[in-house]
Design a protein around this ligand. Structure first.
Ligand SMILES: [Zn+2]
Length: 328
C-alpha cells in the first residue's frame, strides 16, 4: 500500500507558490470509490484515543501540556459542532452543517496497558520534514520521524490510536514552511497519523499567523478520516471530493476570503474545514462529510478495525454479560 499524504500549506507567498510544485496535495493512488454501504449507529459518539509525539530541538518547540490540551479542546468543538464561530455560517449553508459525532481524548493506557498521559517527548535533530513523503518515493525505513531508533518516535498501533507527531517544519528563513500533513486510511501503520508544526498546533504560543485556532489538526484529521479537499484535489469544476453537499469549487481558497465567492456557477463553501483558508475563516463540516467520515469506521471502511477496537458499543458486545468471550 503506498503512502497517502495530503499537506496543508502555510501562507500566500513565493515560497508557497514554489511549494505547490513540490509539496502539493496529491490524490490517493486509488480513488476512494463508493463508501461502504453499512454505517455505524447514528447516535454513537466515537472516542478517539490520541498519542502526541512531541519532537523538538529547541525549548520553545517542546510545547506544553497546556498547549496540547487546547488542541484537544478545539478538536472536540469542531468535530462536535460546538465551535462558537459556527454562527458565522452563511444562511445558504446553515442547513448543511453537521456534528460529526467524534471526540478525542489523550490516551490513558500505552500499547502495553501501562498508564500514560498520552504525550511522548523526544529531544532530537529529526524534524517534521523527515516524515514528509508527498510523492511516496521515500522508503518508510528512511522516514526517520517515524522511527525511535533513528531519533524519531515510533507510531503506537494505528488500529488503537491516532498518532499525532508535533515537529518543526521550518523554511530556510526559520519561518513555518508547512503546517501539516496526514495519511489516509490504508496507509502503512508505521506512518499512519498526522504531522503538525508546533506553530500550527493548539491555541497557545508559539503560533504562526493564519494558524491561531488549531484548525490544522481539524483539517488533517479530516484527511485521516478519508475526507478530501472540497475542491476535489484538482483545479477544475469536475474534480470531486465524493461528498454530495459540498458544492463543486474550481480551486482552493487561501487567507480570509470575503463572502460570497463564486465558481462553477454557484457560491463556494470556502469556510469548510477541508479548504485551505486561514483558521479564522474555516468553521464547518457538512452532513455529507460526517457520513463519509463515519462510514470509514463501518464494515468495509478503512478504519473499521480501529473502530471495533475503540468503540464502546462494540466493546460492550465483546465484554458484556452476553459476550461469548466473557471469562468467569
Ligand atoms: Zn489538506
Amino acid at each position: 500500500m503506498p503512502q497517502l499524504y495530503c499537506s496543508r500549506f502555510y501562507k500566500i507567498s513565493l515560497t508557497l507558490l514554489l511549494s505547490y510544485a513540490v509539496w502539493g496535495c496529491r490524490k490517493p493512488h486509488h480513488e476512494p470509490g463508493p463508501p461502504p454501504i453499512t454505517s455505524i449507529p447514528e447516535d454513537e459518539i466515537v472516542h478517539i484515543p490520541v498519542v502526541v509525539h512531541v519532537l523538538y530541538n529547541k525549548a520553545s518547540f517542546n510545547i506544553s501540556d497546556e498547549k496540547i490540551q487546547t488542541q484537544l479542546r478545539v478538536l472536540n468543538e469542531d468535530f462536535r459542532k460546538k465551535n462558537a464561530d459556527l454562527s458565522k455560517t452563511p444562511a445558504e449553508f446553515a442547513g448543511l452543517t453537521a456534528d460529526a459525532g467524534i471526540e478525542f481524548v489523550l490516551a490513558t493506557k500505552d500499547p502495553n496497558g501501562n498508564p500514560t498521559n498520552g504525550i511522548i517527548r523526544v529531544l532530537t535533530q529529526v524534524d517534521g520534514w523527515n516524515g514528509n513523503n508527498p510523492s511516496g518515493s521515500i522508503p518508510i525505513a528512511d522516514l526517520t520521524l517515524f522511527h525511535t531508533a533513528q531519533g524519531g518516535s515510533d507510531a503506537w498501533p494505528s488500529d488503537h490510536y491516532l498518532n499525532i507527531w508535533v515537529a518543526e517544519m521550518s523554511d530556510r528563513n526559520g519561518a513555518m514552511g508547512l503546517a501539516g500533513y496526514s495519511s489516509y486510511p490504508g496507509a502503512d501503520a508505521q506512518v499512519d497519523g498526522v504531522v503538525i508544526d508546533p506553530r500550527a498546533f493548539g491555541t497557545l504560543v508559539p503560533l504562526s499567523p493564519g494558524h491561531l485556532l488549531g484548525r490544522t489538526a481539524t483539517h488533517e484529521i479530516g484527511h485521516w478520516l478519508n475526507l478530501l479537499h472540497i475542491f476535489g484535489e484538482s483545479d477544475n469544476c469536475t474534480s470531486t471530493d465524493f461528498v454530495d453537499d459540498t458544492p463543486s469549487t474550481a480551486t482552493r481558497y487561501l487567507g480570509i476570503p470575503v463572502y460570497p465567492q463564486f465558481s462553477c456557477g454557484h457560491s463556494n463553501m470556502f469556510m469548510n474545514f477541508m479548504d485551505y483558508v486561514d483558521d479564522e475563516a474555516m468553521y464547518l463540516f457538512t452532513k455529507g462529510q460526517r457520513e463519509r467520515m463515519r462510514k470509514t469506521f463501518a464494515t468495509g471502511g478503512g478504519r473499521n478495525k480501529f473502530y471495533l477496537n475503540v468503540s464502546e458499543k462494540s466493546m460492550d458486545k465483546a465484554n458484556g454479560p452476553n459476550s461469548p468471550f466473557q471469562t468467569p
